[in-house]
Design a protein around this ligand. Sequence first.
Ligand SMILES: Cc1cc2nc3c(=O)[nH]c(=O)nc-3n(C[C@H](O)[C@H](O)[C@H](O)COP(=O)(O)OP(=O)(O)OC[C@H]3O[C@@H](n4cnc5c(N)ncnc54)[C@H](O)[C@@H]3O)c2cc1C
Ligand code: SF4
Ligand code: SF4
Ligand code: SF4
Length: 402
Amino acid sequence: MEKHIDIKDKSDCCGCSACKNICPKNAIEMMSDNEGFLYPHINEDKCINCGLCKKVCPVLNAQETEKQKHTYIFQYNNDTIRHESTSGGAFTAISDYIIENKGIVYGVAFDKDFNVIHTSVTNKKDLSKFRNSKYVQSNPLNTFKEVKENLEKGKLICYSGTSCQIEGLKRFLEKDYDNLILVDVVCRAVPSPLVWKKYLTMQKKKYQDIDKILFRDKYYGYKYSNLSIYTKNNDKKNEYHRGIDSDSYLRAFFSNICDRPICYKCPFKKDNRESDITIWDCFEVEKFNKKLDDDKGTTRIMTNSTKGEKIIKEISKKHICEEIDFKLATNKFLAMYQPVKMNSKREDFFEDLNILSEEELFNKYFPDTIKIKAERNIRKILLKLGIYKPLINLGKRIRKRD
Ligand SMILES: Cc1cc2nc3c(=O)[nH]c(=O)nc-3n(C[C@H](O)[C@H](O)[C@H](O)COP(=O)(O)OP(=O)(O)OC[C@H]3O[C@@H](n4cnc5c(N)ncnc54)[C@H](O)[C@@H]3O)c2cc1C
Ligand code: SF4
Ligand code: SF4
Ligand code: SF4
């Protein structure tokens, strides 16, 4: 049997890059496959069969230990930061604490070409890069090695990512560090960077000089968050705002047609997590506290260690942070426990990805039908008239009465 990593089935690799980072001979390169996902490739000439890459792989070495957990709902005390964040801005509050203690925060941001990558930040101003979920698998680049070097220097580090990336980093580090805080997001799945690139190429033809892209913009409020594109000249007429029922990329993501193969059998879906803090959405905040239901966004937090619990206690002094019942917080939350079901057209979609133009691809699988267009236009008109949110609230009240 091979002593080095040997990916025979793509659904056995989450692309965390722990193997590449641990290899003492630099024999592993992460290379993109025809679907756009990164996998390790071994240079047999350099490999000395030390077996380290297999030892650190979080998929081969899955483990689960029972944790003492606490759960919270969270809202940042500044509306602008909360608006820019995916949900309630918990990650910014955690990062504020790290930066106030002279630490380094690692998270996921766009590079200048809107590729999704892991990078680091040492001041509060730059934290905006990390706000808002990027619905694309991020490239961790060399961050694992960087984190290790900084930890050894005694720096306080916070690293955030999907649960598989966090488990990969933990195995790579091989020991616990008091100065490391790991934050994982509960993720339903991650889409292909190549599908994202194709979508971006299509949008760039219509929107030149793109300044900002948000996958979870609160333009219509938190409960109907949408993909938004803003251009550099701040031209309101030249903005793009479409939700999961209308934007072709979000429709692709939420129909499970372009996710990484391992996501369909994700071994990291559990509530005993390897991170110190887990964060995810809370759309039904009224279940926990009606007064907090302002449609501006709420994060659910789970602390999985004393370190994590200590930080949440600290940030709760400045922000709204209420402890909630663990069972109520996690019960039936599919993204926490259950992998998404693969779309039966996934294979055809990826075949077409490399043949069709971007417009042909998205129109074929996610056509902009008359019904979709009509619903979109009604929403726009209601928003312009200022009655979109009151109508949504009225609808909610009627549904409750029924
Ligand atoms: C791909 C993906 C799928 C998700 N699916 C769900 C879901 O099904 N249900 C749910 O409740 N929540 C999901 N989340 C989590 C949710 O979107 C928010 O990240 C979470 O609620 C925290 O919001 P916040 O306002 O506290 O933080 P924000 O300020 O929004 O911070 C975003 C955090 O996410 C990290 N991040 C952003 N993009 C990525 C990425 N591509 N890969 C790894 N980390 C990233 C950043 O580093 C930062 O730590 C998902 C997140 C991602 C990235
Ligand atoms: S077995 Fe050792 S040398 Fe070979 S690829 Fe794995 S880590 Fe590198
Ligand atoms: S360590 Fe990560 S990248 Fe390497 S084989 Fe395992 S899952 Fe894949
Ligand atoms: S669903 Fe699982 S395998 Fe996929 S990115 Fe999330 S944690 Fe990783």
